[in-house]
Design a protein around this ligand. Sequence first.
Ligand SMILES: Cc1cc2nc3c(=O)[nH]c(=O)nc-3n(C[C@H](O)[C@H](O)[C@H](O)COP(=O)(O)O)c2cc1C
Length: 475
Amino acid sequence: MKFPPIIQGGMGVAVSGWQLALSVSLRGQIGVVSGTAIDLVITRRLQLGDPGGHLRRALAAFPNPDIARYIADRYFIEGGKAPDQPFKSKPVIDHNPRRRAQELLVVSNFVEVFLAKEGHAGLVGINYLHKIQTPLMPSIYGAMLAGVDIIIIGAGIPLEVPNIIDHLVRHEPVEMKFPVRTAEGTRIEKLTFDPKLIFDETRPPAKRPFFFPIVSSVTLATLMVKKCEGGVDGLIIEGPTAGGHNAPPRGRPNLTEEGEPIYGPRDDIDLDAIGSHGLPFFLAGSYGSPDGLVRARAAGAAGIQVGTLFAFCEESGMRQDLKRDTIARCQAGTQRVFTDPIASPTGFPFKVLSIAGTASEADVYENRQRVCDLSYLREAFEKEDGTIGWRCSADVEEIYVSKRGKLEDTVGRKCLCNGLMANIGMGQFRKNTGEEVPLLTCGDGVSSILKVMKPGETSYSSSDVIDFLLNSSAS
Ligand SMILES: Cc1cc2nc3c(=O)[nH]c(=O)nc-3n(C[C@H](O)[C@H](O)[C@H](O)COP(=O)(O)O)c2cc1C
């Protein structure tokens, strides 16, 4: 299989929504939707009145109408909810999710991929974070029911995923290991999912998607290629300048005076070793330029994965005012991206774009009342009685400590779940504290967005990004 040279990076939460992925796939490149928290996104889009009726159209296409109808009835609000009304909650996913929670996952992933694939034959991928394990299997199944072409997974070691895809394509039950933190270390438990929950009769998805893990080292790439039962179809090699989460530096962590992780020669990736696996690979992390594409190809890559340039284009799901503000900052030369080693409850470094009024600013962060109500980044821990509990280090400190967590692990943690929902205009409204504030991420090379824009313009489209990346490289 020969893949197009540009993968539009999967960007959570819903920054790479179906509109962006659709626009990229229509241009013959690989559009990618984000599957992270997509169940939450779909329920909130329905509560905002589903402008244009797209979600309801996709729901009507879901092969089990009873399940789709239940979701529409439960969450859709004609004309949208009032701005000072909180969004209705949806079930939180743990190791024993309720049937309705699993159905919502399957349907939401179906809907997002269905809309991105509607009306064309281009390639559409879906991106997940392996760290967020509990929703993963029903999510993959839902995406497969909509005919997703590529499953892309970063932030972890998704060794079991190809095997899971193989079982799901045969409509068979699947399982996946997950770690539970104990007082002494970690114990391993199992998550399960049975597609018969959605359809009694055997109704396999139409095709098996490709699987591309995102890796940041030769060791991990080799492990994935050699140990994945079911096989890897391509690799995305992501360096530490990419937007979103980054792999931590190898060796003992050192920080700059400002507190950013220091990456060194040990973090350089030997691309010859990557190429020796004979699989197509794509380079990510500041490759979003014509020269980046030329360099990637010269190194043997099939292409590049680009996020930051697409994050601020017209079709991305990000709030318009945040795009405008960022573009203006880049024009003024005042943009600043900080690789925060502790903000994310996952423990991975996370890039944060400084913007007034968002959680990048110390005072805004301090003023936010801690709460964990979306719960995607929780970790499982062993309770005193041996049963499994869930905790997030960005939750209220006392709650985290009462769940056998260490107080020092809560310091500087930021609620990515609520912040990322606010980035796309779906921040929760709380009666006592108002609306949740955004927390923006982007790559170190954010100022490159200026190169995509035509003189005098203040916005650009995904097509402008593709023209910029491709046309100039031909000249
Ligand atoms: C706003 C934003 C959100 C992102 N979210 C995710 C994500 O949820 N999962 C993921 O694997 N990568 C995520 N990424 C990384 C992109 O998929 C892509 O690999 C990266 O942006 C490429 O490097 P660049 O930012 O220099 O273009 C995100 C990047 C950005 C800019």
